[in-house]
Design a protein around this ligand. Structure first.
Ligand code: DX5
Ligand code: ZN
Length: 218
């Protein structure tokens, strides 16, 4: 089985010891660090903003995977690029001019991702799938960490894998929300490339081992 990219979500970290948490990730097998940006409008919660992102960047060289759960994300793309973004994902549901926003992200030399909510059909990605580097398939309703994985994600994952393969696209599939040892293996088998994991990693006694277990699913 292929080895997934593992992207721990810093949202579940202990913010009182952020430097320690980031250094823990630095010495782990984590590939990317996933940063959840919430504006209290697109989603009902507010997470953290630029000063926190800057502090994280200061302590890591790992690629930063920004997941923008915000309205009008075009206002901040340049800033996130300057805050070390390798990947910037924006929500299809928040962007009436999604195609333009994707081009803006690519123009900043970042990987362009599109996130879709659990109720959003994979078919809506068909016109843009060849333009984007990553699809963030939400397997919980965005806004909070620590939620239960929504099982119908598997059907969407299969549909998305088919869409990408039929278009001969190279788009990565990222699964975000409720990822743990009960579903990780099946997700990768069904075609997931990137696993985001928040509480599964940070609530563990030995987070390094949890990250390693996500890298070695055989
Ligand atoms: C939810 C976020 C997720 C979340 C994942 O809105 O996009 O990235 O932090 O956390 P867990 O793994 O705890 O569901
Ligand atoms: Zn996320």
């Amino acid at each position: 089985m292929k080895t997934p990219i593992v992207a721990p979500s810093i949202l579940a970290a202990d913010f009182a010891h952020l430097q320690k948490e980031v250094e823990m990730l630095n010495t782990s097998q984590a590939d990317w660090i996933h940063l959840d940006i919430m504006d209290g409008l697109f989603v009902p919660n507010i997470s953290f903003g630029m000063p926190v992102c800057k502090a994280i960047r200061k302590y890591t060289k790992k690629p930063l995977d920004y997941h923008l759960m915000i309205e009008k994300p075009e206002r901040y793309l340049r800033e996130f690029k300057d805050l070390g973004a390798s990947v910037i994902s924006i929500h299809l549901e928040a962007c009436p001019h999604l195609h333009r926003n994707i081009q803006q992200i690519k123009g900043l030399s970042c990987k362009a991702g599109v996130a879709i909510n659990p109720h959003t059909s994979v078919a809506l990605l068909e016109p843009i799938i060849q333009e984007i580097d990553l699809v963030c398939l939400m397997s919980v309703n965005p806004g909070f960490g620590g939620q239960m994985f929504i099982e119908s994600t598997f059907e969407k994952l299969k549909a998305l894998r088919n869409l990408i393969d039929s278009k001969k696209a190279h788009t990565l599939i990222e699964i975000d929300g409720g990822v743990n040892s009960a579903n990780a293996r099946e997700l990768v088998q069904a075609g997931a490339d990137v696993l985001v994991a928040g509480s599964f990693v940070f609530s563990a006694t030995h987070p390094h081992q949890i990250i390693e277990s996500l890298k070695q699913l055989d």
